[in-house]
Design a protein around this ligand. Sequence first.
Ligand code: AHR
Length: 618
Amino acid sequence: IIVNASNAVGRSIPETLFGIFFEEINHAGAGGLWAELVSNRGFEAGGPHAPSNIDPWSNIGDEVYVNISTERSSCFARNIVALRMDVLCNSSGPNICPDGGVGVYNPGFWGMNIKKGKTYKVIFYVKSSGSLNLSVSLTGSSGVPILATANVIASASDVSNWTKMEVLLEAEDTNHNSRIQLTTTLKGVIWLDQVSVMPLDTYKGHGFRTDLFEMLTELKPRFLRFPGGCFVEGEWLRNAFRWKETVGPWEERPGHFGDVWMYWTDDGLGYFEFLQLAEDLGAAPIWVINNGISHNDEVNTSSILPFVQEALDSIEFARGSSDSKWGALRASMGHLEPFDLRYVAVGNEDCNKKHYLGNYLNFYSAIKQAYPDIGIITNCDGSSQPLDHPADFYDYHVYTSASDLFSRNHKFDTASRSGPKAFVSEYAVTGNDAGQGSLLAALAEAAFLLGIERNSDIVSMASYAPLFVNSNNRRWNPDSIVFNSSHVYGTPSYWMQQFFTESSGATLLDTTLQTNSSSLVASAISWKSSMDNKNYIRIKVVNIGSNSIELKIYVRGLDPNSISGSSKTVLTSNKVMDENSFAQPRKVIPVQSPLEAADNVLDVVLSPYSFISFDFLR
Ligand code: AHR
């Protein structure tokens, strides 16, 4: 490899090059990054009619003692269903309640992670036919042990109408498979709605689960594409993501059934929270708007204007002053200043749909007229032929085998240098080569990313997909970050992405790879580290072959005898299909070691199936 690191040579890589794509898939948000512990907190998962689906709520006490049903009697108009609990037993008299009382429990998303010494805020809305004496407890999965408990007591007149209750519970022990339960021994009727349990220690109090949030900060994402994917579209438009239903007080959000990934979400992680997440990560938000097209139905272009208005309103919500209609709603939610929304994607994977182009042109002209600075992303791939419509960026998605993705490191070499830039908004190795996140997949992805880095004059942004999977509900495989209620690990693909974080905003160096091997790809950058404010040259090489390869590295402009402070990092493993897991979360991770002056560092041997990165201090 010959790398030219003399000062005058190099090309700036876009600041935005590497980011993340968050989709509400695999319970990434509901039961994942969004720290709400209760699933189906408003009892609406079965829709707005009664009887509704209260899953995963269950009753405590059999029907001799308690009768659980749903009613359209909530105080919240947009989510009208509430739980009705007819308590038939009492603390004394003929039908005495069983020990511990009767009521309901919710195990959250495959068990709540309750930790000793941590405080949980429980909020619920209640109405009662008489006086109220309710035990609110966090317990093990069978109701024992009790980890934290409080009694909520109120006179009949205080709870004859819907009343908000708030309780702080501090856990006395740790249990990763806990539940919340609300029980009583007082005969009468109790109605419950919007039951929430939130840990107090979410990131900045913004509702993001801290361990999962930290996994994202490690990637130093420069943009956040959200909230889908197919999730934006829906199988049917009636189940698509409609942002207005996801903003305002959480209690008043209707929630919706995401019919592509087949689960209910209470939409606690709504449009506002996505913008907040981007801001907290220091990432530019990229808002994928619903363009009136789902997997199975489409709005005719002649009727698309309400959807266009909805998109304009969403931008006003993000960017408008607090005097504007939608900016005022944002401000009332706690964000007085506008969010820095500069990119909008019109739909997802809809280019071939009948009404895409017609609808797109309506969105494009309306948004450009109102917000000329917003970069608009079309779903139509402009990498092989010119687009027939205006756009600032075009989406490019690729899910394929390792060998195919490896070969696509040349994909953008021949793409047009004029016209819109590419946004590789979804890429990954899938199928047999991927396992549930293999080293092989990560190596092929690395080669693809090296090609993107090399072509970053035309590729502006790239993100892996999907980002998260709750291992209890794997709707798509593989994924970058795997978690359950209490644990998390990154797949090799996750760790591989970390190698590329420093490339955003760096300088691409002129690199020549002279080899007979078809299994090698390389690229080099120079960049300033924000950790120590020093300048580095980073050379990355992937060897996806089964043989070791000897390589000489020449860096013009670097003194090979002065390498103190330099290091190398290797990502490899014993077997090419090795994966990380909850049991072995760090089996396939990058290993860094300092370069000693005595090493003949510029004469290297690349192991089979490995990735190596050299950081030379300039
Ligand atoms: O990333 C998973 C899915 O793949 C996305 O929802 C969709 O855009 C693509 O088909």
